[in-house]
Design a protein around this ligand. Structure first.
Ligand SMILES: C[S@@+](CC[C@H](N)C(=O)[O-])C[C@H]1O[C@@H](n2cnc3c(N)ncnc32)[C@H](O)[C@@H]1O
Length: 348
C-alpha cells in the first residue's frame, strides 16, 4: 500500500519545471502547447522560443522569443487540455462534463462505470473527481478509440491512474463479468443507443444509484426516456440541456458574446429503485405502451442522426498523435522522478 496520493502533485503549481506542459499564447492569440525539455525550442515563423527561457519562471509569465514577439505561458487547465488533445470520437465538452459531475452526483471514492470511452475526455473529469480511492471502469467497443483515450489520459495525468480500468468490448456483454450485481454507484453512458444498455446497467447499479445518459438528438432522448420508464426499475427520468453563454465585459460595452457553443447534447438522469419497489407514478408510466418498436433502433445509426464518422486512416493518425504525446508525458514523469519530485502513486 502506498500513501494516498498524488494525482494533485501531477498537476503542479509553482515555477515551471522540466517535463511541465505549458500553453503559450502568441501573436494574434495563436496557441501552442509544449512539454518543457532540456534543449527544447518552439519554432514558428515569428522566431524561436527556447524552453529554458521558461524554466524557473512562475506560471502566468510572459516571455519574448528571438523575433521580439511576446508569449503568455500558462499550464493548461483540464478544459484547455481536452479541447486540444487528439480525438478519435467526438468529446464531451467541458460545459457538459461539469454538469454531468453534478447531475450524476460523482463523488470522491465512487465506483463509476462509463461507456463508451471515446477520446477519454469525460474519463479525465471522472477520474479527477473520484480521486485515488474511487474506481472508474470505462468500456469501449473500438480498440483504436480506447488507445487514443489511454494515451490522452496518460498525457494529462503523467501516468495511468490506478483507479482506472479500460475494458475493450460492448458494455452489455462485458459489464456483468466486470462488476458484481448492484455494486456500482454511478453509470454514465455517452453513445448512440444507450437504451440498449439500460437492462445491464439496472443490474449493475446499487439501489439509489444514478444512471446518466448524454445524447445528441431529441429523438434519441425520447427513446431512452421511454425505455427507462418502461423498465419500472428507475425513478422518473429528468432531462436537461446546458447552455453556457460567454459575455463581453469591457467598460460600458457589456453584452453577450456574438458566438457560442450552442447545442452539444442532452443529459438525462434517473435513480435505481430498490428491488421490488414501485412508486405509484413509476407503475402508471411503466404500464403505458411505448411509442417505439425494436425496428426503430435502425433509425439511430450514425449516418441517420447526422454523426460524422472518422475514417480509419484519420483514426490511425490520431492514435499515433496521442501516443507520441503520452510517450512525452511518460518521459517527463520519469525525469521528474529522477529529479526527486517523487513517483506518482495511487492507493493500491
Ligand atoms: C461519442 S463517443 C464517447 C466520447 C467520450 N465520452 C469522450 O468524452 O471523449 C461514443 C463512444 O461509444 C462507443 N460505444 C458505442 N456503443 C457502445 C457500447 N454498447 N459499448 C461500449 N462502447 C460503445 C463508440 O465506439 C464511441 O467511441
Amino acid at each position: 500500500m502506498t500513501t494516498p496520493t498524488s494525482l494533485v502533485d501531477l498537476r503542479p503549481s509553482g515555477p515551471f519545471r522540466l517535463g511541465d506542459r505549458v500553453q503559450l499564447t502568441g501573436p494574434k492569440g495563436r496557441l501552442h502547447t509544449v512539454t518543457l525539455r532540456e534543449g527544447g525550442e518552439l519554432h514558428t515563423h515569428h522566431g524561436v522560443l527556447k524552453h529554458e527561457q521558461l524554466l524557473g519562471q512562475p506560471d502566468g509569465s510572459v516571455v519574448t522569443n528571438s523575433g521580439g514577439h511576446e508569449y503568455l505561458a500558462l499550464r493548461p487547465l483540464l478544459r484547455d487540455f481536452v479541447m486540444s488533445m487528439p480525438r478519435g470520437a467526438a468529446i464531451v465538452y467541458p460545459k457538459d462534463a461539469a454538469q454531468i459531475l453534478a447531475s450524476a452526483d460523482i463523488f470522491p471514492g465512487a465506483t463509476v462505470v462509463e461507456a463508451g470511452v471515446g477520446s477519454g475526455a469525460l474519463s479525465m473529469w471522472l477520474l479527477r473527481t473520484i480521486g485515488p480511492a474511487g474506481r472508474l471502469i470505462s468500456f469501449e467497443r473500438r480498440d483504436e478509440f480506447a488507445e487514443v483515450a489511454r494515451a490522452n489520459v496518460e498525457t494529462f495525468f503523467g501516468h495511468t491512474p490506478g483507479s482506472w480500468e479500460v475494458v475493450v468490448g460492448d458494455l452489455v456483454e462485458e459489464l456483468p463479468g466486470a462488476v458484481g450485481p448492484a455494486s456500482v454507484d454511478r453509470v454514465v453512458l455517452d453513445m448512440l443507443a444507450p437504451w440498449e444498455c439500460i437492462d445491464a446497467v439496472a443490474d449493475a447499479l446499487t439501489p439509489g444509484g444514478v444512471v446518466l445518459c448524454y445524447i445528441a438528438t431529441a429523438t434519441q432522448l425520447s427513446r431512452v426516456a421511454e425505455y427507462i420508464r418502461a423498465t419500472g426499475l428507475f425513478t422518473e427520468p429528468e432531462a436537461t440541456e446546458t447552455m453556457v453563454r460567454g459575455w463581453h465585459v469591457e467598460g460600458l460595452a457589456v453584452r453577450p458574446d456574438h458566438r457560442m457553443v450552442a447545442h452539444t447534447g442532452f443529459l438525462i438522469t434517473a435513480r435505481r429503485l430498490a428491488p421490488g419497489a414501485m412508486p405509484p407514478d413509476v407503475r402508471k408510466r411503466a404500464l403505458k405502451k411505448p411509442s417505439y418498436a425494436d425496428e426503430d433502433v435502425e433509425l439511430w445509426t450514425p449516418g441517420a442522426v447526422g454523426d460524422r464518422q472518422i475514417t480509419d486512416k484519420n483514426l490511425r493518425k490520431r492514435v499515433r498523435e496521442a501516443q507520441r504525446a503520452a510517450d512525452g508525458a511518460r518521459q517527463a514523469t520519469a525525469d521528474a522522478v529522477t529529479a526527486g519530485r517523487g513517483a506518482p502513486d495511487d492507493v493500491d
